[in-house]
Design a protein around this ligand. Sequence first.
Ligand code: PMP
Length: 393
Amino acid sequence: MPQLSKRIRTLNTAGSDGWEVFYRARQMIAAGTPVLELTIGEHDIRTHPSILDHLHASAKGGHTGYASVPGVLALREAIAQRVTARTGVPTTPDNLVITAGGQAALLAAHIAVCQPGETALHIDPFYATYPGTIRSASAIPVTVPTRARDSFLPDPAQIDRIASETGARSLLINTPNNPTGTVYPRETLEAIADVCIRHDLWLISDEVYDTQVWEGQHLSPRQLPGMEERTLVIGSMSKSHAMTGSRVGWLLGPASAMPHLIDLSTNTNYGVPGYIQDAALFALQQGAPLEDEVAEPFRRRRALALSILAEQDTVTAIPSQGAMYVMLDIRATGLSGRDFAEGLLDAKHIAVMPGESFGTSAAGHIRVALTIEDSLLAQALRDLCSFAREITP
Ligand code: PMP
């Protein structure tokens, strides 16, 4: 076989992609050993039946041909109205392109703003696909580390320094954050906006968890002064409406950038299926009640998790204010996140993600997804804490 491109051969350079515990848990399940999976960010409910009815009706009604490449106008209008209402930034369908989930929007954003070989910054710990997405765009991912004692909030002075050293073109942030659950406060976002303006950076703002905020408020940095023209927002129906498998999201930014993103879409996916877009429109038209219904189990389970963790002091929770995860500090056990997760899987048949799966800043931590039924989650957390106590020297 002729050689494959360096780009594709080096998408994942770490050697390990951090998913070993996840795959081993799946193998154990396949071999008949029950495992409680607290690994991936997937709801334990499925897409609401009313959305599926709509999807079916749209497909039966004939919306099965090539759909509008920028996205169905009515869907873009609904998203634009939602963004305008939530952020106060007047937004129209011309600011948007519909993508195959937030993931395709992340790739499109980096292709749109980075030249091959330019540096794209992102914050560590990070959602697992970020470095590979940036490399797919032929840019070079460089991380900005954070610290557990700062609740994994980035230090804008450090972003400033790394941006100077690398001549970066873009900065990717994610609030509410996966994996940490942190919601960036206004001061942090204002200081990040200053850095972006000073270094003429594009800000790529991953807001796919914007409906899952338990404390504080979600603020989109696009609404800060001077940021509308340099911010690309990643949106998705996956988390807000339990539509992960439908692959529908959007990229939002300056209207003058959108024709180029539409060109990219024409040359990649050629749009998103029309019946999926119709279903997404129907879902958005249900407004806050449906979004709250989807978010509610995570709100409840986060409170439950914090109350169980408060009963002991071996494992400490990073203050989580949003998203469907809690990040736990297990450094008191003396183990790495990876060794703890491996040991927990063997001893208690509970699968969690090692903090090391998300970069280097969350070493010595584990991420627990709040994606199983409350009483099972409570038992799993109690078992996790007793495992931690048993192995602590
Ligand atoms: N960003 C973050 C932070 C995520 O956690 C995810 C999914 N886990 C995505 C983007 C992509 O989601 P999707 O492509 O399903 O919209």
